[in-house]
Design a protein. Structure first.
Length: 1272
């Protein structure tokens, strides 16, 4: 390519070069024979830029190219479609001296300056530039907030602001406003908004106040785009809201004066209004239901209302309202009518009755009328002189009022009354009303009949009659008892005689009470009265018995009871009864009063007797009687004899319960009055409500979950206001025996005598309930009673250990407490498999455990094998702590951080020591492995439905382990069932009684599992107490044969590996020497021997090489997940050297490499030449696993395994671009790792590794064919 693109960040020299060539372009562009011309085309069209150079003088060939609007050089190409730009750019030429640029389907991205560049060697350069203006014609014009054809409602004289938009156009259009085709010049404004794609969005806003004359006109926005000859418009219609004219009212017939009953029509019309107004009628501001309509002939809105005139229409206002919007006040018009009508009636006010000699005044008042009425009076049909009268103006007309006075004269009276007529007259009619005045007179004194009989019994009926003669009006008769008016009377009138009858049921309240009859009419100021009294015989309503003067009846004292009767007529006779029998006790009447209620007699009789407890709750009856009464009256009294409490118990009460149980003891207590105070004591000490688990509530003593300390003697004291008594409850609580004291663990020296003592507590106590056991055997005690047993022991190795004190009194489960006799001894390290080894992953943390038995104490010391210094507990590498886990067992845990291969070489020594001696053990540390098989596997318990298996765990391989137990039932077709647990015991449930099962066990961790143990046969119990049988099945092969076979295979494998490693090493060293000699002697002469950059293990010192142990190689093999991966020794060549024949060492940026990254390439060195010729390599990669190695991070932050670097160089001279510079591109292609440790084409495998440090160098060979061989 002739010209290159500008770099994104050009240097100062590049900018100067650009300016220089720009100046040349300006000077020489006129030399073109045909320079490009500016073009304006519509987007999507095609355009052709023409550029022609003058004929050549020197005959040198013409080199030409075009530069785009983005500054991109299209380069020197033959005519045809250019690469990129979606195939829209192409070169066209008809002669060698021209180069035309054609752009198809022009887009907005093509808008800008295009430049033609031409060059002839020796004649200079020529330039010609032209601008491409891409036109975008408007596609739509629309209103903001309105749509095409919408109707805009606006009130008259209200400002209207409408905005018109033309989007995405280039250049901007010319926008205008029209109303019904007439241009609006003022009150509009235009503005634009420029878009990122070089288009513009134009806006035009119209601010305008329409009037009612603009109603239904069309408002149009027009956009003219002259560049593309495009004209677009959009329109909306206006609906101008305005009010109508004021209403006009007329009365059909042309007059406003009408008569009542006449038909009247009111007519209201309104002109204009948008929307059409609603025309309504209102009467005295109240709406009238009358519809309006629009008259299209007159273009008026009309409401016609017809009605029959009456008095309420006189002077009333009829209002017509016109309204077409709720927020605008209605327009109003009104009319008032004058209606003539007569008075609708007359009201007469005055006395309706008079006594002889009185004067009466009568007032006559007319109803409203129009015109006003005149009043006329007449008495008993005879006219009277016109009275004085006056008028009042009211809402609908006039009211006339006149007063008339009349003196009493006998000649005016006819049938005890005077008739007065009042008449009201006007031009429309007459109204009259009559008023009657009664003349009053007094009746004669009333008489009462019916008291001719003597005294009567209560409940009998008394019939009375009252009679009165004369009077106007006739007398009204009423009956009264005292001041109470009696009801249920019956009155009659015969001629001028008034009679009243009453029937009364006699009761004691009528005894000697006056009954009167009153006669009354309007001529009397006070009634006329007739009165009589009756005598009524009645028994007492109530008889009451009570202790005399409120005294209490106490057993052993003299008691008095009084019988008191209420009022009776005549006096009562008193009799006493005791439980239905007559009594012979002495009694006397002390009071007989005739001043009782209802004028009767009250009697009080007193009886005297000796009180006893037997009389409590007895019933005494007092009866009051008389021969005149139909039945006697009596009262009963229950004798309440007070006595102190009595508890129904013979001696102390005994309660015996077990500990944790509950009881309830309810005492029966008799007392009158009831017990008012309860007091409880336990063993003589008072307590309130509860003590311990015992609750006392009145006479009830309860206990829930009774404890042993609740036992004792409980005494209750019950008292009332008469006296007190007490009772005793003896509570005994049975509880199992428990140890209250046992000798603490004893440390002793061999031969020393030691005494162990055990003290227990229990209820009931039994002989022999305290025993000593050792190893499940009872030991004889030197001192033994019910609560205590002492044991004397001579300290020795045989007597050392655990001693158990058993407390058992036959209740509950025997309690066993332990103590120890610890004989001083030197530590003995526990050498179980689970503690004899340790494991950890490289770089991880290892845990080493050491346990020992020692008395009285134990101190641990940690060392490394073949080192005398102790391991410090506070270093960054090591830390440990020690603690006691049992009475004579101690443990020390050593933590090793950042485990490496050196830690696998040396064993760790644990030393346990005290003043009696020491013991030590060497514990090796290795990589994580599978766990060992547990040992001492056996059945420890069996029931009819379960079997319990126990074992001792083996070494866990350095990882947490679980135990898998599989079993199956013998004699059935069922498969093995597996159960996992992390404990050292497992119980299998759900088995049948008497069945035999085979059980196997193995250990599992995340690295694998151990082998299953030998099958173990176990039998469930057929009944309780059956022995358990467990046997192992015979192995098919003896164990020692299996061990010998495995050891032999291992030895053969080691010998084979050593032999292969030796041959492989020897062949590799030979090839390295050959390749190195080829490289050194290939290019002789002046350059001499070129330097070789060393990488990998060849660049390491012998000390550094030593650090790469076989464990490192094993780790790399694990990372490849390849168990058979070949390894290399410490002297293997792990380099790849690229030799540049020019001797140029190219610097490589640090952004492509990581200093801590090691990449392994696995391929045959014999294939290097093939790889170079083909330009590719199929290689596998892996990472070295180690504490200092990590994955290679890629440029984008990921982890790429195969970075391939390619170098691109430009060979041509650059024109109109910065100085030539080599450009490197780094591309990363990830190939999945295909792990295969086999060979390629039968050749041995070499693993080449490359370390690249920051700022490292790389040698690049320009022509690899010079090296006819492998890269070393």
């Amino acid at each position: 390519m002739l010209w290159g693109n500008h770099d994104h960040s050009p240097s100062h020299s590049s900018l100067a070069l650009i300016c220089f060539f720009g100046l040349i372009c300006c000077v020489t562009c006129s030399q073109l024979k045909e320079a490009p011309q500016n073009k304006s085309v519509v987007i999507g069209s095609d355009v052709l830029f023409q550029c022609t150079a003058p004929p050549s003088v020197s005959g040198n060939p013409l080199k030409s190219q075009w530069r785009t609007n983005a500054g991109t050089l299209l380069g020197h190409h033959e005519p045809g479609v250019l690469a990129g730009y979606d195939g829209r750019y192409s070169y066209e030429k008809e002669t060698p001296d021209e180069l035309n640029l054609k752009i198809r389907r022009v887009s907005l991205e093509d808008d800008g300056k295009f430049e033609c560049q031409m060059l002839r060697s020796g004649e200079g350069s020529m330039r010609g530039a032209a601008y491409l203006d891409v036109l975008v014609k408007p596609s739509t014009v629309y209103f903001m907030h309105y749509r095409q054809g919408d109707v805009i409602e606006v009130s008259e004289d209200q400002a209207l602001n409408v905005t018109c938009v033309v989007p995405n156009v280039k250049p901007k259009p010319h926008m205008e406003w029209y109303i019904n085709g007439k241009l609006i010049v003022d009150n509009n404004s235009n503005w634009e908004k420029y878009n990122l794609n070089k288009t513009v969005t134009s806006y035009s806003s119209l601010y305008w106040k329409p009037s009612r004359h603009d109603h239904r006109k069309v408002l149009t926005c027009q956009a003219e785009h002259s560049q593309t000859s495009t004209s677009l418009r959009t329109s909306v219609s206006l609906s101008v809201l305005y009010s109508s004219d004021r209403p006009r009212i007329s009365v059909v017939g042309g007059t406003e004066n009408v008569r009542a009953g006449q038909n009247v029509t009111l007519f209201c019309s309104v002109v204009g209004g948008n929307p059409l107004p609603n025309v309504t009628w209102h009467f005295n501001r109240h709406y009238i239901e009358s519809p309006s309509y629009y008259d299209s002939a007159t273009q008026e809105t009309v409401n016609r209302y017809s009605f029959i005139a009456d008095s309420k229409d006189n002077g009333a206002e009829y209002e017509c309202r016109s309204q077409n919007r709720h927020n605008i006040a209605p327009l109003r018009g009104s009319v008032r009518l004058k209606v003539s009508y007569p008075a609708m009636g007359v009201d007469v006010y005055g006395d309706s009755s008079i006594r002889r000699g009185d004067r009466v005044t009568i007032t006559c008042r007319t109803k409203p009328s129009n015109p006003a009425s005149r009043i006329y009076f007449s008495v008993n049909g005879s006219p009277s002189p016109d009275p004085e009268q006056y008028e009042e103006v009211v809402t609908n007309g006039f009211v006339t009022i006149a007063n008339f006075s009349l003196d009493f004269r006998d000649e005016l009276v006819k049938n005890h009354e005077i008739v007065v007529d009042c008449a009201a007259r006007n031009s429309e009619g007459t109204a009259t009303k009559q008023h009657v005045i009664r003349v009053l007179s007094q009746p004669l004194q009333p008489l009462v009949y019916g008291f001719e009989h003597g005294p009567m019994l209560e409940g009998e009926r008394l019939n009375l009659t009252c009679e009165s003669h004369g009077g106007n009006p006739l007398a009204v008769l009423s009956w009264f008892r005292g001041i109470e008016k009696m009801k249920e009377t019956r009155s009659t009138v015969t001629g001028d005689v008034s009679q009243s009858y009453i029937s009364i049921v006699l009761d004691r309240s009528l005894n000697r009470a006056p009954i009167r009859c009153e006669a009354m009419n309007d001529a009397l100021d006070h009634p006329l009265v007739a009165s009589k009294k009756a005598v009524v015989l009645f028994p007492p309503k109530k008889v009451t018995i009570r202790p005399l003067q409120g005294e209490q009846i106490v057993a052993g004292s003299t008691a008095k009871l009084a019988c008191i009767t209420t009022s009776s007529n005549p006096e009562s006779s008193i009799e006493w009864n005791f439980n239905g029998k007559d009594v012979r006790w002495r009694s006397e009447t002390v009071q007989n009063s005739s001043n009782g209620e209802h004028h009767g007699f009250e009697v009080e009789n007193i009886i005297v007797f000796e009180a006893s407890e037997d009389l409590d709750s007895s019933v005494i009856t007092c009866t009051a009687s008389h021969p005149h009464w139909t039945k006697p009256t009596s009262a009963s009294y229950t004798v309440n004899v007070l006595y102190p409490p009595k508890i129904a118990a013979d001696g102390p009460i005994s309660v015996v319960i077990g500990e944790g149980e509950q009881f309830r003891e309810n005492l029966t207590v008799f007392a009158n009055p009831p017990v008012s105070n309860w007091k409880w004591r336990r063993n003589g000490i008072h307590f309130q409500h509860a003590i311990g688990s015992i609750i006392a509530n009145g006479p009830v003593l309860t206990g829930r979950s009774v404890a042993r300390h609740d036992a004792g003697i409980y005494t209750v004291f019950a008292s009332n206001q008469i006296g007190s008594s007490n009772a005793t409850i003896r509570l005994s609580v049975e509880f199992p025996a428990h140890v209250t004291h046992i000798t603490q663990p004893v440390y002793a020296t061999t031969g020393e005598d030691v005494e162990l003592e055990c003290v227990v507590e229990a209820f009931p106590r039994k002989k022999g309930m305290v025993r000593w056991l050792k190893a499940d055997k009872e030991l004889p005690s030197v001192i033994r009673d019910e609560r205590r047993a002492a044991l004397r022991v001579n300290a020795s190795e045989e007597t050392s250990g655990e001693y158990i004190c058993v407390a058992d009194n036959g209740l509950g489960t025997p309690q066993m407490n332990k103590t120890y006799l610890l004989v001083n001894k030197a530590p003995t390290i526990i050498r179980q498999p689970q503690f004899s080894r340790a494991a950890a992953t490289p770089g991880g943390k290892a845990k080493v455990i050491c346990r020992a038995d020692a008395v009285p104490d134990c101190k641990f010391v940690w060392k490394l094998e073949n080192q005398e210094t102790n391991i410090e507990s506070n270093s960054t590498k090591y830390s440990f702590y020690s603690h006691r886990i049992a009475m004579s067992t101690y443990e020390s845990v050593l933590w090793i951080s950042e485990v490496n291969s050196h830690d696998y070489v040396k064993r760790i020594r644990c030393i346990a020591a005290n003043r009696y001696g020491q013991d030590d053990i060497f514990i090796p540390l290795g990589p994580l492995t599978t766990p060992d098989l547990p040992f001492e596997i056996g059945v420890v318990n069996s029931t009819d439905e379960s079997i319990t298996l126990s074992w001792i765990p083996g070494f866990n391989g350095g990882s947490p382990q679980v135990f898998e137990v599989r079993y199956r039932v013998v004699g059935s077709d069922s498969e093995y069932h597996s159960v996992n647990t992390s404990e050292a015991t497992l119980t299998v449930h759900g088995l049948s009684p008497g069945c035999t099962i085979l059980m196997q066990l193995r250990s599992v961790n995340r690295h694998g599992s151990s082998e299953f143990s030998e099958p173990l046969r176990a039998v469930t119990s057929a009944s309780i107490g059956l022995n358990v049988a467990s046997v192992g099945e015979e192995d098919e092969y003896p164990k020692f044969v299996m061990i010998l076979f495995g050891v032999g295979l291992l030895i053969l494998l080691i010998v084979n590996c050593l032999l292969l490693a030796y041959l492989h090493r020897k062949q590799k060293l030979k090839k390295i020497q050959e390749k190195t000699e080829i490289v050194r002697t290939h290019h002789g002469g002046e350059e001499g021997v070129r330097h070789v950059q060393m990488y990998g293990t060849m660049a390491l010192t012998p000390q550094e090489i030593t650090r790469h142990t076989e464990s490192d190689m094993a780790s790399r093999c694990e990372q490849h997940l390849n168990e058979h991966c070949g390894s290399e020794d410490d002297h293997s060549v792990r380099t790849m050297i690229e030799v540049n024949p020019n001797g140029c060492m190219q610097q490589i940026g640090t952004q492509f490499f990581d200093s801590s990254c090691l990449v392994d390439y696995e391929f045959d060195p014999a294939l290097y030449s093939d790889i170079v010729r083909n330009g590719s390599a199929a290689m596998d990669s892996s990472y070295l696993v180690g504490p200092m190695m990590e994955e290679c991070p890629s440029i984008d932050g990921g982890h790429d395994f195969f970075p391939d670097f390619h170098t691109a160089r430009a060979d041509s001279h650059l024109f109109d671009s910065p100085a030539q510079q080599p450009r490197r591109d780094a591309s990363y292609a990830y190939q999945p790792s295909n792990i295969d440790c086999g060979t390629i084409s039968g050749r041995s495998t070499h693993s080449l590794s490359t370390f690249l440090q920051p700022g490292g160098v790389r040698t690049t060979a320009t022509n690899y064919s010079v090296l006819d061989g492998d890269l070393v």
